[in-house]
Design a protein around this ligand. Sequence first.
Ligand SMILES: Nc1ccn([C@@H]2O[C@H](COP(=O)(O)O)[C@@H](O)[C@H]2O)c(=O)n1
Ligand SMILES: C[C@@]1(CO)OP(=O)(O)OP(=O)(O)OC[C@H]1O
Length: 159
Amino acid sequence: MRMRIGQGFDVHAFAKDLPLIIGGVSIPYDYGLEGHSDADVLLHAIADACLGAIGEGDIGRHFPDTDPAHAGADSADLLKEVFELAEHKGYTLGNLDATIIAQKPKMAPYIAPMRERIAELFRSELSQVNVKATTSEKLGFTGREEGIAAMAVILLESK
Ligand SMILES: Nc1ccn([C@@H]2O[C@H](COP(=O)(O)O)[C@@H](O)[C@H]2O)c(=O)n1
Ligand SMILES: C[C@@]1(CO)OP(=O)(O)OP(=O)(O)OC[C@H]1O
């Protein structure tokens, strides 16, 4: 069996009057995240991890933020395309683990639906996907509630 590991990291800034979508799940909150796409910071970190594992660069290379075609894109569609690239190379998901770094809002109620959505996008079992959240104890840009960061590690397997 061949195994490939990848890691990803992403940050988006909060802005008023935008929807907050993380891990493909809409979270009711006073602020959303700014971006060229729907700014789903978690799915972007996971997409970068997946692209890293297959040696295919990063999300900005595949979906440039200068391309109007991706304006307001649903990041689930972008991640689906990224994983299809991995599938074409013969890979399936081994497992993935991700962390959302956010002072607010509380992610705990949304972790289960995020895992379900991500497992669905990777055509995998729930047990292969783990999502965590942490504050940064009020330190740094996440602590000042200026934005949200996410990181992900992925293991892809091929027979
Ligand atoms: N935005 C967040 C941040 C954290 N959590 C949950 O709270 C636990 C404690 O967080 P600390 O940063 O104080 O260690 C953490 O383990 C998460 O379960 C959360 O739901 N949403
Ligand atoms: C996803 C893309 C493309 O719409 O735009 P953003 O939503 O700004 O997100 P980012 O994490 O900067 O990654 C790459 C982009 O090209």
